[in-house]
Design a protein around this ligand. Structure first.
Ligand code: KIV
Length: 293
């Protein structure tokens, strides 16, 4: 194993005010967000120059093997957030509030969000529109920056009847725009917009002064987010339309482990260079001359 030492980011940490100002229509570059769930993932995202790391509840599906995001708890997200934070990445760390951690009461919401902040998050994300306003206001009142999440909200999978594109009718588009305005007005510093038609995403982006970060929402937004395992091709079972894979690390990993297994079985691994050796004197004392290694 290599050393566990972490190093400080080689660029300035990205802060909430920095993100809140990033509107493409004002001349800003689009924001780049990617999920990460552990220290190596955070280091990779940071060295790749992304703006935000999302410790998403997608950890449920891509890491923990669940079929949806409803199974993860605050303790799970705190555990993964702490691992990400230990890498001291430059991108802003956003932690997902899991399902039911912000639905029961305002007090619960603030305490659960505080657990994630104490684990190392610099902001939290929650799903839903105007019905979440009391929780959002309480969080902001407690100095916890909040990112909204509208459109296809995976924690509503049963209510939506599956992971389905949202806001396809003009009425639903109007509701979505009103929700986005309400979240921005309440003080959300950015909003993730998932699984909506490009035209609707453009209207939402026009309607608010905070950045809209899209996923399956086309290009007329203020940034994009993708799941780490999708970008790297570590997840190869499902390929949503909106995913672009930039590597095929699942296949590369299987090949690498196959090569390792073959070397172990043929005796090609470990070789002399990968083994420790006695000094000549000690080997002689032990009568080992003439033996290999
Ligand atoms: O948990 C997650 O990965 C997310 C993204 C899909 C935005 O919420």
């Amino acid at each position: 194993m290599s050393s566990t030492a972490t190093s400080a980011p080689s660029r300035a940490p990205i802060t909430v005010p920095h993100v809140a100002n990033r509107k493409v229509r004002a001349g800003a570059d689009p924001l780049v967000m990617v999920t990460a769930y552990d220290a190596p993932g955070a280091r990779i995202a940071s060295e790749a120059g992304v703006d935000l790391i999302l410790v998403g509840d997608s950890v449920a599906m891509v890491v923990l093997g669940y079929d949806d995001t409803l199974q993860v708890t605050v303790a799970d997200i705190a555990h993964h957030t702490a691992a990400v934070a230990r890498a001291k990445p430059a991108p802003l760390i956003v932690a997902d509030l899991p399902w039911l951690s912000y639905h029961v009461s305002v007090e619960d919401t603030v305490r659960n969000a505080a657990t994630l902040i104490r684990a190392g998050a610099e902001s939290v994300k929650l799903e839903g529109g105007r019905k979440r306003l009391p929780m959002i206001e309480a969080l902001i009142d407690a100095e916890i920056p909040v990112m909204g999440h509208l459109g296809l909200t995976p924690q509503s999978v049963h209510a939506m009847g599956g992971f389905k594109v949202q806001a396809k009718s003009s009425d639903a588009a109007q509701v979505l725009i009103a929700d986005a305005k309400a979240l921005a007005h309440a003080g959300c510093f950015a909003i993730v917009l998932e699984g909506v038609p490009t035209e609707v995403a453009a209207m939402v982006t026009d309607a608010v002064d905070v950045p809209i970060i899209g996923i399956g929402a086309g290009h007329e937004v203020d940034g994009q987010v993708l799941v780490y395992h999708d970008v790297l091709g570590l997840e190869d079972r499902i390929a949503p339309k909106f995913v672009r894979r930039y590597a095929d690390l699942k296949a590369a990993s299987v090949s690498a482990i196959e090569a390792y297994a073959a070397d172990v079985r043929t005796g090609a691994f470990p070789g002399p260079a990968e083994s420790y050796h006695l000094s000549a004197e000690v080997a002689e004392t032990l009568g080992l001359y003439g033996r290999d290694g």
